[in-house]
Ligand binder design. Sequence first.
Ligand SMILES: [Zn+2]
Length: 142
Amino acid sequence: MRKATRLDVVCPNRSCRCFNKLGLLNVIRKGKQKNGTIRYQCTDCKRTFARTINTLFFRKHLSKKEIIAISKQFVEKNSFRGVARSTGHHLDTVRKLATDVANHCEQINDFLLHDVKLGTHEIDEFWSFVKKNKKMLPKNFS
Ligand SMILES: [Zn+2]
């Protein structure tokens, strides 16, 4: 059996005993997809997955940079048609991405409200804290 190296990827399988636990050496690299994305496997539950699973970037044809750039234009309250024109993507692509971003944000808020049990004021504080610390992120994060 292949020896697992220390990766920053965790098992996304909720019924696995290694679910969301980092540093157990249970995740190994398991080949590549057609588009070059590396697949990973949990040696405990044998499930294979991509690194981007459960994120906004999962199953997207747009690159991570493009998705971030378009999302930044949503924050500026640009119209969907304006975003489509300026980025050169189809209007339906922009609309679908907007829907996905909104759903993802809703999931994060639900997680903070119900699982972490924060109040709405605490969540507001949390986001303003994140905003303040944006300067501390590495330059290539954008
Ligand atoms: Zn697993």
